[in-house]
Write a protein that binds this ligand. Structure first.
Ligand SMILES: NC(=O)C1=CN([C@@H]2O[C@H](COP(=O)(O)OP(=O)(O)OC[C@H]3O[C@@H](n4cnc5c(N)ncnc54)[C@H](OP(=O)(O)O)[C@@H]3O)[C@@H](O)[C@H]2O)C=CC1
Ligand SMILES: O=C(O)[C@@H]1CCC=N1
Length: 261
């Protein structure tokens, strides 16, 4: 039977996931979504082959697996407005940052399978990361089906505790950091005369190519850097300037800013 998959909340992340799912021909699932403003929902959902549903309750009634895709501080209100019993024997996948398995277990029936994960926006092109918590009430059978359905969005990883927190923080927030790097690298090129469109393409492809090389060869990033920095050459001058500006420290501080609050 076709899996009925429903998003509660259809904002940035749910739409990115729907775009990623749309890349799959003959998907073994049907997508649904509910949100606050039905007209806005319909406008966003219909082009993505997602069926708009007029209430969260109806969505839960109709779906096998429900993706909680509202802001973390909206989860409580959403659950308050749904008959808890309607979650019996269903799957709940929460993508709400900071909402824990224990919090959801307290709110949902024992028979509900729960998985918490942090996706990232590149899921929209099938190149995302789904950072899942090992601590889950999904059964092995659920997890097999989960991997089958969600692997269209990117790579799936499992971790727990502090490792989960830091990995999910970097993968979830990282696209914003990388986009800032692309923008900054392009500004550097534009300063010296490059057309802006081409500067973005060159910056993005340089990052994509370097990342692909690291993933394919598993070479230490320091070695990849050394391969480019010839003694007395041009690259080492740029590397020195980045170090002077505290580039590495800036990235570590970004994690401190999020995790050390
Ligand atoms: N954006 C990202 O890169 C990532 C986000 N996440 C998580 O995903 C979740 C959603 O984030 P994001 O998509 O960015 O946020 P958005 O604000 O873009 O999306 C939230 C959506 O939920 C809707 N909504 C609000 N209240 C309700 C309700 N009671 N019932 C149904 N729908 C409701 C909002 O509607 P309206 O706009 O009309 O208020 C909006 O469409 C968050 O918990 C976040 O932590 C996780 C990883 C990455
Ligand atoms: O910034 C946020 O709140 C969300 C959580 C992870 C990425 N974006």
């Amino acid at each position: 039977m076709t899996l009925q998959l429903g998003f509660i909340g259809f904002g940035q992340m749910a739409q990115a996931m729907a775009k990623g799912f749309n890349q799959k021909e003959h998907p073994p699932f049907t997508l649904h979504a509910s949100s606050i403003d039905f007209d806005a929902l319909t406008a966003h959902a219909t082009p993505l082959n997602v069926q708009p549903i007029s209430s969260n309750q109806q969505l839960v009634d109709q779906c096998d697996w429900i993706i909680l895709a509202v802001k973390p501080d909206q989860v409580e209100g959403v659950l308050n407005d749904i008959d808890v019993a309607s979650f019996e024997n269903k799957g709940v996948i929460s993508i709400a940052s900071g909402i824990t398995l224990d919090q959801l277990k307290q709110r949902l029936p024992k028979s509900t399978s729960i998985l918490t994960m942090i996706p990232n926006t590149p899921v929209c092109v099938g190149e995302g990361i789904l950072m899942c918590q090992e601590d889950t009430t999904f059964t092995q059978e659920d997890l097999t089906q989960f991997k089958d359905v969600f692997s269209h969005l990117g790579t799936i990883h499992f971790a727990n505790g502090d490792a989960f927190k830091s990995l999910a923080t970097l993968s979830g927030c990282g696209p914003a950091f990388v986009a800032m790097v692309i923008e900054a690298m392009a500004d550097g090129m534009v300063k010296y005369g490059a057309p802006r469109d081409l500067a973005y393409q060159i910056a993005s492809q340089t990052i994509k190519g370097t990342a692909q090389m690291q993933l394919d060869t598993n070479t230490h990033p320091g070695v990849l850097k050394d391969q480019v920095t010839s003694p007395g050459g041009t690259t080492i001058k740029g590397v020195a300037a980045l170090e002077e500006k505290g580039m590495r420290h800036a990235f570590i501080s970004a994690m401190d800013g999020i995790l050390d609050h």
